[in-house]
Design a protein around this ligand. Structure first.
Ligand SMILES: [Ca+2]
Length: 195
């Protein structure tokens, strides 16, 4: 019985070491006067979380530039608040603010979105990250520079002219278990000794 309790404790500790499976985090990096630039920031700098928790700032506590080229690349690693994350994607975030039609008094809306794979006759399609995650947004021309004015064709509720406020560096990351292979081997060894 005691062995069973110890085994349960070991499993509980192992479970705590494994973060929620599959959760992808979306960050953009936007210190003052730094537009899109996918080179590695210095450790200690902060990333602005777009999803799942909009507007939280998390600290980059380490990074691994595996190919030593100075750029953030997919499959490299970043440590966020001490937790190791796998970099899934790197690209620009487009921050747009609505240009109000004449006579409208309501507050201007804003959206954060990113480029998706070019799709034939629908080449200017973007993936909204905030405030509505995963909406497809289509423009009549590509977004290329800050202060550009672009016409959004769809979805219908966004149709109209928008101002490109910022284009910043965006990464998607997935937390990885801090439990190294050697630790798992140790846990398996404990089980072998118990039974
Ligand atoms: Ca690199």
């Amino acid at each position: 019985m005691k062995r069973f309790a110890i085994a349960l404790s070991v499993l509980a500790i192992a479970a705590l070491a494994v973060p929620a499976a599959g959760q992808t985090y979306y960050y953009d990096y936007n210190p003052v006067d730094r537009p899109y630039d996918p080179t590695w920031p210095a450790d200690g700098d902060e990333w602005h979380q777009l999803y799942p928790n909009y507007c939280i700032y998390d600290e980059q506590t380490g990074h691994e530039d595996a190919n030593e080229d100075g750029y953030i690349d997919a499959c490299e690693h970043i440590w966020i608040n001490g937790e190791r994350h796998h970099v899934e994607w790197v690209g620009p975030t487009f921050h747009l603010r609505e240009i109000m039609p004449p006579g409208e008094e309501r507050q201007r809306r804003e959206i954060y979105m990113e480029q998706v794979v070019l799709q034939g006759d629908r080449p200017h399609v973007y993936h909204e990250v905030y405030p509505v995650f995963c909406t497809e947004v289509g423009t009549t021309e590509p977004i290329e520079f800050e202060c550009q004015e672009v016409f959004v064709e769809f979805p219908p509720e966004y149709a109209g002219w928008w101002h490109v406020e910022e284009i910043t560096t965006n990464i998607h990351t997935v937390p990885q278990s801090p439990v190294e292979g050697s630790t798992w081997s140790t846990i398996k060894d404990w089980f072998r000794d118990l039974f």
